[in-house]
Design a protein. Structure first.
Length: 178
């Protein structure tokens, strides 16, 4: 499986017990959605290796699962996986509705502003902790707009368009003619 066709699910934080179980941290708003998965890709030496899950239990901490992986039967084997990243195929992402979206989903969308009209194409979302930013390209010029609910006026998945309500003057800072 290619990494580009997957999404980051979380990572293995530690070995658990002596029978090869591991604790995984699920990096998601609703980790319980992934409690019943039957397989996962683990990144080992920059390759995604598939592992089947024999059993999993949601731990007291809501974003953690204790997992028994098929073929991992000892504490030492589990220790070797500590720190490894976990991935799942993109098609397993739960569908989002309304103006909710995954960052990878809107790359290539046309971006418009409620007052300025079409402003460019979303090139990427810069995922800075606590402050993600839309990177929009307009004829070779870069426009950066914070990803905040109050700046998103609409999302049309069929037309691949996002409608923004950027703070007054922000877009003008980027599109000033020289």
């Amino acid at each position: 499986m290619e990494k580009e066709k997957c999404f980051f699910l979380g990572s293995i934080t530690k070995a658990f017990g002596y029978k090869g179980e591991v604790v995984i941290f699920i990096d998601a708003d609703q980790p319980e959605v992934y409690a019943g998965i039957d397989s996962v890709f683990i990144e080992i030496d920059n390759k995604l290796i598939p592992f089947f899950i024999e059993r999993s239990d949601l731990r007291n901490k809501s974003n953690q699962l204790t997992v028994k992986l098929e073929g991992i039967d000892t504490h030492d084997q589990a220790l070797q996986l500590q720190g490894c990243a976990l991935y799942l195929p993109l098609e397993l992402l739960p569908a989002l509705e309304g103006t909710n979206f995954y960052f990878h989903e809107i790359v290539g969308y046309k971006a418009s502003d409620v007052t300025k009209g079409f402003i460019g194409i979303v090139v990427q979302v810069l995922d800075y902790p606590g402050n993600p930013i839309f990177e929009i390209e307009n004829q070779g010029q870069q426009i950066l707009i914070p990803v905040r609910d109050e700046f998103i006026a609409g999302l049309d998945r069929d037309q691949r368009e996002i409608l923004l309500k950027a703070p007054e003057g922000l877009i003008d800072l980027y599109l000033k003619e020289e």
